[in-house]
Design a protein around this ligand. Structure first.
Ligand SMILES: [Zn+2]
Length: 224
């Protein structure tokens, strides 16, 4: 086991050296600016811990732009239920860093969502995960009413994002910022295979591909 670990650490070490050889020099000014100025991220992004999600790459963000909180299933425990890392990140992002937007980002092929839909006994060997996934209980119930027949992974994933957005609004810092008009919230589902992101559209009451919604402003910018 030690050998395997050493091999993994070697791979990580090589990655750091590659970063120092290639990425850092190419973006040195950005990193130096980030190091000498207080961080002022514009967005709090809450997403799943799934290793296939790369939030900075997905949003073409630079260091200092997005404040990221990750956990199994992109959950936001409702305020007061589980005071811990997620609640502290939210409070800090809103009150101290004053982000103007918060995102709850789910994704396709989410192991947490699959676990929720699977037989309840399948998580018995992981009691902590099992307990954590209870943050999505209401989403599971709602999802079961949306689909005819068994709940699809797509519906479960979407309903979970919507529920976690609701939970986010129960945090006093968020509620206050929303009331002041200082914060907006969006819910996303990232499709790992296609690279697309679908964002919840309240008017249409469904998730809409960013490819369909982003066209107008991008074109206007190009024309200007
Ligand atoms: Zn996931």
């Amino acid at each position: 086991m030690a050998e395997k670990n050493d091999h993994t650490l070697d791979k990580l070490r090589e990655g750091i050296l590659q970063f120092q050889r290639e990425t850092y020099p190419a973006r040195q000014a950005e990193y130096e600016y980030a190091a000498t100025h207080p961080q002022k991220p514009h967005t709090l992004l809450i997403t799943c811990a799934d290793s296939r999600i790369d939030p900075e790459a997905l949003t073409a963000s630079s260091p200092g732009e997005i404040f990221v909180a990750r956990n199994v299933g992109n959950m936001v425990p409702a305020y007061g239920e589980m005071m811990g890392g997620v609640s502290a990140v939210i409070e800090y992002a809103i009150d101290a860093l004053q982000v103007s937007h918060a995102v709850v980002c789910g994704h396709t092929d989410c192991g947490a969502m699959k676990g929720i839909l699977a037989d309840a006994g399948s998580l018995d060997a992981m009691p902590t995960v099992k307990s954590w996934l209870r943050n999505a209980d209401a989403a599971k119930r709602v999802a079961s009413t949306v689909d005819d027949g068994p709940t699809s992974l797509k519906t479960m994933t979407e309903q979970n994002v919507l529920l976690q957005m609701q939970h986010l609004r129960t945090h006093p810092s968020v509620a206050g910022a929303l009331a002041r008009g200082a914060l907006s919230i969006s819910g996303w589902v990232y499709d790992i295979a296609s690279g697309d992101v679908r964002i919840f559209d309240e008017a249409e009451n469904k998730f809409v591909s960013v490819r369909d919604t982003a066209t107008a402003p991008v074109n206007q910018e190009k024309l200007a």
